[in-house]
Design a protein around this ligand. Structure first.
Ligand code: 3PG
Length: 306
């Protein structure tokens, strides 16, 4: 059996070593395709491969067609919007993710971005502190929960909204649960996005919603760029010179944001939330173990294409 690690943005070496150990202990062969720049390289690499570990790499119909022996693809991470689930199901390929494995890394980056923004990107001007400020966590999954844990230590007043999580479950974590996204944005000085990119959430962060935020509002996006209505956000930041946006996923209109809103906008050049040795090890090794469990024992825990 051949297991391919196809990562345009590679894991730390220590994580690859750990993946290799798991794969080889099961008697399988590890194949590496790192830092590839052309889709053709991926199309060539998937031929004859039984299992695959990917990150945000695009696994579309064409890639799945080319993968003539593929049985399973594991997204080492949380969001699997980069994988064509329908095409995978049609080809009989199992798709899994590794929920929770990189969530602390993403949550820590939220605070890196948050502090940078409230301290005016370190430009020497007086900023504000986080203590006592109202933080809104939009979606209370693994990352949202870690954000809440860290925010408690910082002394923030924490609110959350999650369409799929009960108020009781949120409040059990010592976080104030609100009834709607509108209520969250209205209440909070800072909102941190943790919703996945789905048909329902795409473009859902729009002018009317974000405009509910109080003066001096800060929106932090470590989730997906697709959830933002970029035209709306540009209009909002034009109308509201008090508003800041920081993101770990470069917007399609990055140049426009950067040109129009200096001192109020920042994007990492490449998504960095999960890019720590620890997260790479956790997610990479979990992915390898899930592949071995599936191929050897038929274990389908964490399957996302039912
Ligand atoms: C995830 O969905 O797990 C995060 O967005 C991390 O993505 P990455 O593995 O491409 O850094």
């Amino acid at each position: 059996m051949k297991v391919l690690v196809a990562t345009e943005k590679p894991f730390a070496k220590v994580a690859v070593d750990g993946i290799r150990k798991e794969v080889e202990a099961a008697g399988y062969e590890l194949v590496l395709l790192e830092k590839y720049t052309e889709k053709q390289q991926l199309l060539d690499a998937v031929k004859g491969i039984d299992a695959m570990i990917v990150r945000s790499d695009i696994i579309d119909k064409e890639v799945l067609q080319a993968a003539d022996q593929l049985k399973i693809v594991v997204r080492a991470g949380a969001g699997y919007d980069n994988i064509d689930l329908e095409a995978a199901t049609a080809k009989g390929v199992c798709v899994m993710n590794t929920p929770g494995q990189n969530s602390n890394a993403v949550a820590e980056l939220v605070f890196g971005l948050m502090i940078m923004a409230v301290r005016n990107f370190y430009d020497g001007k007086s900023g504000t502190e986080l203590k006592g400020k109202k933080l809104g966590i939009h979606a209370f999954g693994n990352v949202g929960r870690n954000v809440a844990r860290i925010a408690k230590g910082v002394g923030m007043d924490i609110y959350a909204y999650d369409a799929y999580c009960t108020k009781e479950a949120i409040e059990a974590e010592g976080v104030k649960a609100v009834d709607s996204a509108e209520e969250l944005y209205k209440e909070c000085n800072i909102v941190s996005l943790h919703i996945p990119a789905t048909a329902e959430t795409r473009n859902s962060i729009n002018y009317d919603l974000v405009n509910l935020m109080p003066k001096g509002g800060l929106l932090i996006n470590t989730a997906r760029k697709e959830v933002i209505n970029e035209a709306d956000l540009i209009r909002l930041m034009t109308d509201r010179p008090d508003f800041k946006y920081v993101t770990d996923i470069m917007p399609a209109h990055h140049e426009e944001f950067a040109d129009h809103f200096p001192g109020r906008y920042f994007s990492t050049p490449k998504k960095m939330g999960a890019q720590t040795a620890e997260a790479n090890i956790n997610a990479g090794i979990a992915a390898a173990c899930q592949i071995v469990g599936f191929l050897r024992d038929g274990n389908e825990r964490f399957r996302v294409n039912k």
